[in-house]
Design a protein around this ligand. Structure first.
Ligand code: NAD
Length: 497
């Protein structure tokens, strides 16, 4: 069994802590690796390495940084398969989906390759007589990233390529459940020519996270994970004077209007609810069936859900893999039971599913629960599994009210052919990312990703222009060069014209 170690200052190290955590293969239910769980001293070592590297990296020319980013892009692109295999083995998602996750991460690296353009400041010639004003942005210092299990490559790539391109150094604390991809990525950064200490990985749990939050040399924290932890990270890190963006959990609704193409909508909903076993922060976990769409939609959707091929992520026939842990499986199955007890109708039941050859895997089958009330646990809880709860509504305005009554505001979608209803929807929902006939509206890398309400704490969304703003701070220079032939008088009052 391999031990997954920290990557600090360009070297693997077991660090000082004796604590270890198990890394399972969710398809077999067996432990495949152990991961070191860092102590505060290990965080100190990683932050010290990042701090030492900041001096020269923050001064590296834009052309040097760009060359390394392009090289990193090429290396990640050449190793999508290897990364996808690590992800699939530790997370459970099917290989094609794991490769898709790396692809979305690559798009952020490609965005960061444009850093000379992205960091251009502004210049106002002759703002006053003989006076010019210009602005530019500088890196912050050591930035930390704390990431969730569900996208072990993509979510860290929302952060480190942008932070590093801006001239910062970075300490990543990935999820302890699937930590392998981060070490593989560290090796690619090194091969791309990134100086040692610019990108570091500390593995661990709450102990390592708290040490990062309290460290005086960490300037900024990017977090992606569940809402209670996001709220905690935001409170702790801002109290320590750090800049923070903390993205939390979600309950993403898809509204289906009666005029929509119901076959199309059902296929899209099924893919968005059950892809990656529902373990996506942009998964559709609640459908709002409007008026006459309801019964017809339920019959197509139930068929589609029952047709999903569940199996090991490495099996090319599988469309959906297991969930992350046996505890997650138990929790999801128990919530389905609670939904039933509270009066909802389980149309497709994924409990107790067995995959031949993988009897101990953490599998839950696609589940569709109809007639869900907004007070029921299956609606109020973020289930984070392959469970689609269906709420009925009379019209689009009621559907918008349902969405706005939910504490989360990450993503949402509408299926319709009615442009006026879609426009009312896009303007009326209090949600950060909206799809119109697009079930998972993840913004492209050159836009910024982020939700509203309990789905994001802090002011900045992640990657895209807001990512650049997050990882830099601005300076504005007002300058003049007096000449002996044009004397300038000093005045004690503000000029009035
Ligand atoms: P999580 O909140 O349990 O863990 C996220 C990170 O926080 C991990 O690195 C973990 O080690 C650390 N952590 C966990 N408990 C902690 C504690 N008590 N104190 C300090 N640090 C702690 O989330 P998860 O289960 O890994 O991921 C799933 C969650 O992430 C879901 O809620 C999902 O919606 C959310 N998510 C959100 C987005 C988004 O963009 N908004 C994207 C992906 C995932």
């Amino acid at each position: 069994m391999a031990t997954i170690e920290h990557w600090i200052g360009g070297e693997f190290t077991a660090g000082t802590s004796q604590r270890r955590g198990p890394v399972f293969n969710p398809a077999t239910g067996e432990q495949q690796h152990e991961v070191v769980l860092g102590a505060p001293e290990d965080v100190d070592a990683a932050v010290a390495a990042a701090k030492a590297a900041f001096g020269s990296w923050s001064q590296a020319s834009l052309s040097k940084r760009t060359k390394i980013l392009f090289a990193f892009r090429e290396l990640v692109n050449a190793h999508v398969k290897e990364l996808a295999e690590i992800i699939s083995d530790e997370h459970g998602k099917v290989l094609s989906d794991a490769a898709g996750e790396v692809q979305r991460g690559l798009e952020v690296i490609e965005f960061a390759c444009g850093i000379p353009q992205l960091l251009k400041g502004s210049y106002s010639d002759q703002a006053s007589t003989g006076v010019d004003v210009f602005s530019f942005r500088e890196p912050l210092g050591v930035c930390a990233g704390i990431t969730p299990f569900n996208f072990p490559a993509m979510v860290p790539m929302w952060m480190h390529p942008v932070a590093i391109a801006c001239g910062n150094t970075f300490v990543l604390k990935p999820s302890e459940r699937d930590p392998g991809a981060s070490n593989y990525v560290a090796g690619l950064w090194r091969r791309a020519g990134l100086p040692d200490g610019v990108f570091n990985v500390v593995h661990g749990d709450k102990t390592a996270v708290d040490a990062l939050l309290q460290h005086p040399d960490v300037a900024a924290v990017s977090f992606v994970g569940s809402t209670p932890i996001a709220r905690y990270i935001h409170q702790q890190a801002t109290a320590g004077g750090k800049r923070v963006q903390a993205l939390g959990g979600a309950k993403n609704h898809a509204v289906v209007l009666p005029d929509a193409d119901l076959d199309f909508a059902a296929a899209q909903l099924s893919a968005a609810a059950f892809g990656s076993a529902g373990e996506r922060c942009m998964a559709i976990s609640a459908a709002v069936a409007v008026g006459k769409a309801g019964d017809a939609l339920m019959s197509v959707l139930s068929r589609k859900a029952a047709d999903v091929v569940v199996g090991a992520g490495r099996d090319p026939r599988s469309e959906m893999g297991p969930v992350i842990t046996s505890a997650a499986k138990e929790r999801i199955e128990s919530l389905i039971g609670t939904g039933e007890q509270q009066g909802a109708r389980v149309l497709v039941d994924g409990r107790g599913i067995k995959v031949p050859g993988h009897e101990n895997g953490f599998f839950v089958g696609p589940t569709v629960i109809d007639r869900v009330g907004t007070g029921m646990d299956v609606y109020t809880e973020e289930i984070f599994g392959p469970v689609l709860s269906v709420v009925r509504a009379d019209d689009v305005d009621t559907a918008i009210e349902v969405i706005n009554g939910n504490p989360y505001g990450n993503g949402t979608a509408i299926f319709t052919n009615d442009g006026e209803a879609a426009r009312r929807f896009q303007r009326g929902v209090r949600v950060g990312m909206i799809g119109i006939n697009v079930p998972i509206p993840v913004p492209m890398a050159y836009y910024s990703f982020g939700g509203w309400k309990d789905s994001l704490f802090g002011e900045h969304h992640i990657h895209g222009p807001e990512g650049i703003a997050f990882y830099t701070r601005g300076k504005v220079v007002t300058s003049r060069w007096p000449h002996v032939s044009t004397p300038i008088e000093a005045s004690l009052h503000f000029p009035t014209s």
